[in-house]
Ligand binder design. Structure first.
Ligand SMILES: [Zn+2]
Length: 292
């Protein structure tokens, strides 16, 4: 984001992101994700290999991140949620914008049945994460309906656009960035029937092909926790649809033993730990000694 947002404290502003990219470009050997997955399979990855990925398809990926990455010569994969790009907004952002726009006077529908302890919290990150956690596992239609209701009750009837347009997604691909699948509706795949899950995986592949004219090779599981949000059934669907690799949100380093359809990822830990070296040591120790 251009400026720091109190309700999205983990998101970097422009200056923090420039520093993140500087660190990544100077410390790591950054490879395109598909190339890294191939080298990982063949056991020929260079030392300190890293890949850069973005989930969901926010407009700030195109407006802010892409030019900074290009200047630094850092390749990246953008995992896009086709349906959110077509409606302009993700359900969770409607909730966040609804809370922000309510200015401390948040009105919630009784149908949301939120616990009183949650509703009484001030409009900060705790209230946001509590409400998102409460809605996250609802059926997709209901989750969207509740999010729209929170936004419309507290802000305006016209929904905001926070995601890229189709043209922006096509532009990223034309500039040589990798565009990967992240489903159409960002469901928790394990909450769906197998035929619904298969449709989400296959439709997002077709969506990207239509928009970028390139068959996508990479996929990211929504929410992404192995075992809780997706399992081997979904990994098999992703492979059968023609993707070459998939990433999870499991916080870890990938190794030659990693399954290419469940590649773990880490965030910019140096911002949380305030030390690149100390955080790296903990990360490596955690990975190689199995401690987390
Ligand atoms: Zn996502």
């Amino acid at each position: 984001m251009e400026r720091k947002d109190a309700l999205r404290p983990s998101e970097p502003d422009r200056d923090e992101f420039v520093r993140d990219v500087d660190i990544i470009a100077s410390v790591f050997n950054v490879l395109p994700l598909t190339e890294a997955a191939r080298q990982l399979r063949e056991g020929v990855l260079p030392p300190r290999a890293a890949c850069v990925t973005f989930d969901d398809g926010y407009a700030n990926n195109h407006e802010l991140a892409a030019p900074i990455l290009e200047r630094a010569g850092v390749p990246a994969t953008f995992f896009v949620t086709g349906g959110a790009i077509d409606t302009g907004v993700m359900w969770n952002d409607l909730v966040i914008e609804g809370i922000a726009g309510a200015g401390g006077q948040l009105q919630l529908d009784e149908a949301d049945a939120l616990p009183a302890s949650l509703v009484s919290k001030p409009a900060g990150p705790e209230l946001v994460s509590g409400i998102l956690q409460h809605l996250k596992y609802l059926p997709m239609d209901l989750r969207w309906e509740r999010a729209v209701s929170i936004y419309r009750t507290n802000v305006a009837s016209q929904l905001p656009r926070l995601m890229m347009s189709r043209e922006m997604v096509a532009d990223l691909a034309a500039r040589g960035f990798d565009v990967g699948g992240h489903t159409i509706n960002h469901p928790i795949l394990k909450e769906l029937s197998d035929s619904q899950a298969k449709d989400e995986v296959e439709s997002c592949r077709q969506w990207i092909q239509d928009v970028t004219k390139i068959a996508p090779k990479s996929f990211a599981y929504p929410n992404g926790r192995p075992g809780s949000d997706f399992d081997s059934t979904h990994a098999a669907m992703v492979a059968a649809a023609g993707f070459e690799l998939a990433v999870s949100t499991q916080w870890d380093l990938a190794s030659v033993h990693s399954d290419v359809f469940s590649i773990p990822r880490v965030g910019p830990w140096w911002r949380q730990n305030r030390s690149l070296a100390g955080g790296s040591m903990r990360l490596y120790a955690g990975h190689y000694l199995g401690r987390h």
